[in-house]
Design a binder for this molecule. Structure first.
Ligand code: AMP
Length: 396
C-alpha cells in the first residue's frame, strides 16, 4: 500500500511517501511562485537525492515535478498508482472536526474556514485540488489539526463573549497541532505500558508554533491554542496570551490597522519581539554571550509554559506523564529544565544527566523524586497522517 502525505504551505509542499507503514521517500517543493523554485526528493533507504530547479508557478506545477522525480527515482510509477493521499488540513471550521475522506462538502467547509486560517487553508486546499486533478481515482483524506481536540468540553472551548458570536461566527477554541498531540500521547502510553484509555498526560508541542494539551483517559480535555494558532504559549514570532484590551489600545496609540496588529502579534512578537531572534538556538547563543533580553525571553517562555502545565496538572484528576516534543521540546534541554524548575514542588523533578543526554529516541528524563513520568517523545506528524489516511481508506 502506497500513501503520499502532503503538507502544503502557501509557497511550499512538504511530502513523504509511505510503503506499508514505512517512509521510503521524503521531499520538498520550495519557493512556489518565485523565479528560482526547487523540488528535491530523497530516497530514504539509499540516501540518493533527485532535484530540479526551475520556476514553479503554482502547486499544480510543483506536484507535476514531484511526479517526475518519483518516476526518475523508481519509487512510484505515477501519482495515479497511489492507494491514497493524506493531506495535513488545518481548519475545517465547526462542522468538520474529524479526519475524513475528501468530498465536495469538505472542500466547501475548508473554503469557508479560510477566514479563521487565512495562511493555511488556501494552501491546504491547493494541494487537495491539485491531487484531485492529477490523480482523480486516488482517494484523498483530510487530516485535521483540530480533530484531536473535538473532545474538549464546551465549558473549556467557549469564550466568555456574547453567545451569538459562537452561534453566528463559530468563535470558539479549536486547538491545533492535533496530529502531534495524538501521536506523542499514544507513543508515551505505549512506552510506559499504560492503556491509552486510562492514560492522563500533558503534552507540550514546542516548535516554531507551540501548544499544550491536557489529555484525560486518552481524550483531549483542553488545549492552549484557540480560535487561531495565536493563543496560548509564547512562540518564535507569536505573542501567545495577551490582555485582549492591548489590541485596541495598540491600534489607538500607534494608529495601526487590524491587519497590522495581526502581523505584529503573529510575525514580530514572541522570541523575536523580545530579543530580536526567533530561532531558539540563536536566542540561546545570545543568552550565553550575556544578552539580557535573550535571558528574559527564555525565562518568559519557560515561566509561561510552566503556568500552563500547572493549570493542566490541576484539572487532571491524576497526571501520569508530561511529554515534551517538537524542535524545542525535543532538543532544548535548558527549556525543559527551566520550565520544570518553576513547578518542581508539584513533582516535576528533572534528572540533569538524563535531560542533557542527546538522543532521537523516546526517553524518560524525570528524577527518582519526580511524582510523574517526564518524557521526551519525538513527534512524527507525517506518520500519523499516513496512518489515519490508511485507516480511513480501509474503512471505506
Ligand atoms: P519545529 O517547528 O518543530 O521544526 O521546531 C523548530 C524550532 O525548534 C526552531 O526554530 C528552534 O527554535 C528549535 N530548535 C531546533 N533544534 C534546536 C536545538 N538544538 N536547540 C534549541 N532549539 C532548537
Amino acid at each position: 500500500m502506497k500513501i503520499l502525505v502532503l503538507n502544503s504551505g502557501s509557497s511550499s509542499i512538504k511530502f513523504k511517501l509511505y510503503k506499508d507503514d514505512k517512509a521510503i521517500a521524503v521531499g520538498l517543493v520550495e519557493r512556489i511562485g518565485e523565479a528560482s523554485s526547487k523540488v528535491e526528493l530523497k530516497n530514504i533507504d539509499t540516501d540518493e537525492k533527485f532535484s530540479k530547479e526551475q520556476s514553479i508557478k503554482n502547486h499544480e506545477e510543483g506536484l507535476s515535478l514531484v511526479n517526475e522525480l518519483f518516476k526518475q527515482s523508481g519509487l512510484l510509477e505515477d501519482l495515479n498508482t497511489l492507494d491514497g493521499c493524506g493531506h495535513r488540513a488545518v481548519q475545517g471550521g465547526a462542522k468538520i472536526m474529524k479526519h475524513c475522506l475528501v468530498t465536495q462538502e469538505v472542500i466547501d467547509e475548508m473554503d469557508k474556514a479560510t477566514v479563521i486560517a487565512p495562511l493555511h487553508n488556501p494552501a491546504n486546499l491547493a494541494g487537495i485540488r491539485t491531487m484531485i486533478k492529477k490523480a482523480p481515482n486516488v482517494p484523498n483524506v483530510a487530516v485535521f489539526d483540530t480533530a484531536f481536540h473535538a473532545t474538549v468540553p464546551d465549558y473549556a472551548y467557549m469564550y466568555a463573549l456574547p453567545y451569538e458570536y459562537y452561534e453566528k461566527e463559530n468563535i470558539r477554541r479549536y486547538g491545533y497541532h492535533g496530529t502531534s498531540h495524538s501521536y506523542v500521547s499514544r507513543k508515551a502510553a505505549e512506552f510506559l505500558g499504560i492503556g491509552y484509555d486510562n492514560f492522563n498526560v500533558i503534552t507540550a508541542h514546542l516548535g516554531n508554533g507551540a501548544s499544550i494539551s491536557a489529555i484525560k483517559n486518552g481524550k483531549c480535555i483542553d488545549t492552549s491554542m484557540g480560535l487561531t494558532p495565536l493563543e496560548g504559549l509564547m512562540m518564535g514570532t507569536r505573542c501567545g496570551d495577551l490582555d485582549p484590551a492591548i489590541v485596541p489600545y495598540i491600534q489607538k496609540v500607534r494608529g495601526l490597522s487590524p491587519n497590522e496588529v495581526d502581523t505584529l502579534m503573529n510575525k514580530k512578537s514572541g522570541f523575536l519581539g523580545i530579543c530580536g531572534y526567533n530561532d531558539l538556538r540563536d536566542v540561546d547563543s545570545q543568552r550565553k554571550k550575556g544578552d539580557d533580553k535573550a535571558r528574559l525571553a527564555v525565562q518568559m517562555y519557560a515561566y509561561r509554559l510552566a503556568k500552563y502545565i500547572g493549570s493542566y496538572f490541576a484539572i487532571l484528576p491524576k497526571t501520569d506523564a508530561l511529554v515534551f516534543t517538537a524542535g524545542v521540546g525535543e532538543n532544548a534541554s535548558f527549556i525543559r529544565k527551566e520550565t520544570c524548575d518553576f513547578i518542581k514542588h508539584l513533582g516535576f523533578d528533572i534528572d540533569d544527566n538524563l535531560n542533557n543526554e542527546r538522543s532521537s529516541k523516546i526517553r524518560e528524563i524525570g528524577s527518582k523524586n519526580a511524582k510523574l513520568k517526564i518524557l521526551v517523545v519525538p513527534t512524527d506528524e507525517e506518520f500519523e497522517i499516513a496512518n489515519t489516511t490508511k485507516n480511513l481508506i480501509y474503512k471505506k
